[in-house]
Design a protein around this ligand. Sequence first.
Ligand code: CTP
Length: 400
Amino acid sequence: MLKGKKIILGITGSIAAYKATYLICGLVKKGAEVQVVITPAGKEFITPVTLSALSSHPVISEFFSNRDGSWHSHVDLGLWADAMLIAPATAASIGKMANGIADNMLITTYLSCKAPVFVAPAMDLDMFAHPATQQNIDRLRGFGNHIIEPGEGELASHLVGKGRMEEPDRIIEILEEFFTGSQDLQNKKILITAGPTYEKIDPVRFIGNYSSGKMGFALAEECARRGAEVTLVTGPVSLTVTHPQIRRIQVESAEEMYKAAMAEYPQADAGILCAAVADYRPEQVCTEKIKREKTGEMQLRLIPNRDIAASLGAIKREDQLLVGFALETTDGLTNAASKLEKKNLDYIVLNSLQDLGAGFQVDTNRITIIDRKGEITAYPLKGKKEVAQDIIHKLVTLVS
Ligand code: CTP
């Protein structure tokens, strides 16, 4: 799967830099072309001669070649690559990447890179655990970068903890899995609801919520990437779909979303209900803009919307799956488990608004999945793309 793939290997100043030699050998053995870019600090740990001999390419470190003054174009390099892997990635380099501090060739290449980026942190346990590092890593996740979590073990400082760069063999496996693009949802039809709903008050006003649709769109892309035909029923969001196997049905209100979902679900193998549906709508929609002077104190009478998840749960066949979400501020597990039961779902994805980095308008999420057998799986904070992978991985284990 890595045959012919062009990989930029970014090496920064960590003792784990020696492991880059195993990475190069492993990647080259799999048929990949490897171009090493190293930071000045990286060169203190491993020599460019070793790296260029193993990769069969001159190692790039400076903006200019000292020998002939030729310019190394980070832009061309960024466009050339099928993937960029930064391993080891120190706390300093992660900080620069997170904040766009382009003061060396590696960071400028990272900022120019259009290809997927994989980051394998390596550092002392306390540096890794520091909120500054963790926030920078979350930021990278938010950019869509893939973080290859470090392992636990004895570190260069002889302290024991989390911070050891993931082993080269496993890093290569992760790249392979990425490029394999498993087609385990081929011929499956998936219905996804996403975004907020807007409930009209008058021609210029509505009741809405902060949902950005990012989670639902990431789920749609992930299902399509795995071969499914996706119908995405979405409320008003400013996102676009990129995969050709996603059919978008645009709606505005909960009632429109209900009608579209009920019409589509019978043809689907699974439904994933990610939309933040308004539970109530104004009983009356004024056809003219409501004027302040006519009303004085204003009262808005609300009536309940239909529960899309419960309605789909009621018509669900044996051969279909249904997945719901629960966004809770208190008693997350209890509330989510009761929604799972009430709406006849196969599993429910809980995100708690109390978790930093989870919820609306952010690029990260921290989820817990609860299934019908009562199995509870809690995941760490991840980018919404990676969260989508976890949610769909669960779907794949249940889909027949
Ligand atoms: N949902 C739905 N239709 C609704 C309300 C919710 O399809 N009218 C779905 C959501 O997409 C989500 C799940 O039901 O998958 C749970 O949504 P949530 O808002 O957490 O639950 P509610 O049933 O609305 O309960 P409450 O707002 O009281 O927590």
